[in-house]
Design a protein around this ligand. Sequence first.
Ligand code: FPP
Length: 245
Amino acid sequence: MGSENTSKLPTHIAIIMDGNGRWAQARGQERREGHRAGVEALRRIVKDCSDLGVHYLTVFSFSTENWGRPRDEVSFLMSLLERYIESDLADLHSEGVRVRVIGRRNGLSDKICRLIDRAESLTANNNRLFFQIAFNYGGREELADAAARLARRAANGTLDPELINGDVFSAELLTAGMPNPDLIIRTSGESRLSNFMLWQGAYSELYFTDVFWPDFVREHMEAAIVHYAERERRFGLVSVSAETD
Ligand code: FPP
């Protein structure tokens, strides 16, 4: 990627990793082979983001809706997260990656919860890349949980409802303290957010590509970054040229 394009590198990239099943089907393989190849793609992309100087990466690994998939696929996806943390945590840590897993813990096994805790505490002081895995995550659930916590504090008198604003609300989300994603990428030709980062993505640039997630490599990431660099983000304001007209 030329240096002219790195000046507008997104600080935070979020990815909806879609198309594992179709990737496998197209090869006459079982869906789980697509998920396995999806983990390989994820490993590469984490490294690429780190090399490119992206500071925050969030990936959508398991949605609250994914519980509705066949039971053996659900348990396979659970075991993939387990195995991914077990096999990659040491390398992620030595590469300065800080890991955080966002989503509801209920429904996850004690073993996965322990692994998540270990990954988060081991890497808590790393700062090369902040890598966030959305697992058992749903944007509406995240918003409802935040609203419920604020309502409880208002009801017990520890929060004045008049003081609730966007910043107070953001601080209640699972992503508290993180910048919002500048760029949201979705692979596999679907152009929906599917309950991902509904609040945080309000002003994100969206980039959709037909590439299935297991085939997504650095050149695709660079194309998305170039697309982002060419956009003018106005955050609801007028453009600079219009202002001076
Ligand atoms: C969407 O493909 C992908 C998922 C539901 C799971 C994403 C998981 C990975 C990329 C690997 C897991 C990574 C970790 C760290 C656990 P799909 O199954 O919806 O594909 P389809 O739309 O073609 O059926």
